[in-house]
Design a protein around this ligand. Sequence first.
Ligand code: HH2
Length: 266
Amino acid sequence: MTDASTSVLVMGVLNVTPDSFFDGGRYLDVEAAVARGMAMIAEGADIVDVGGESTRPGADPVSAEEEARRVLPVIAALSPYVRVSIDSSKEEVAARAVEAGATLINDVTSSLWALAASAKVGWVAMHMQGSPRTMQRGPKYDDVVGEVYGYLVERAGRAIEAGAPEVWIDPGIGFGKTLEHNLALLGALDRFVRSGYPVLLGVSRKQCLGTLAGGVGPEDRLDASVATAVWAAAQGVRMVRVHDVAQTVMAMRLMGKDPKGEEVCV
Ligand code: HH2
């Protein structure tokens, strides 16, 4: 089996929203969402990340009640079969998601460490400059890598101090960052890895890949997404958050990094 200390988990993205930038509107119905989740399990997902509010640039916020209504039945249906994370930064939604079976809080605002500590579940600290509504209006850093790194290590430290049992860090590609900022962070993944915290990367089908590929839309960003997951895995990232589970699992398996697979090429 693959060495567990170097394997890479594949987190499948499941957005139960009308407006997510890639899968918005496809899984709004509980049945469709659960079917997609089960398909991702069959494709080899290690974790399914369920979200009920888009965080794409310019997205409108959703009430906690509506967000919970979207995600809770999907989490309850999938959690007996796979590890489920809740992609939310609302304490009420995250707490109810944990009751429904989620064991990882994926928090793009890095604010819910106390809940993760008290509920004894995992927590992802992600970096974002500003809020989704305004974050792409002229983001600025003096030293993007240093600032994002410092922020994440500080947040992760608070979570550990509070008693969180499992803490991930994520540089937050596309969250208040220009193409240059994103490229600088992707080029410095090894620095985040050396922090000692396991690193999660979410770059799947994002705008920066479309720009690099000559201005193509989300539908045409699969190759670049898988290529970037391979780069991240080679740098020591321990989890990739992706829309395309089957292709990413295959890539990790070829690298000898699928925790469920035999080494194939290395
Ligand atoms: N990206 C998105 C959402 N959640 N969580 C983490 N930890 N890291 C990410 O990079 C990340 C995330 C945005 O992608 P998606 O969920 O596909 O789109 P939307 O926000 O439009 O629902």
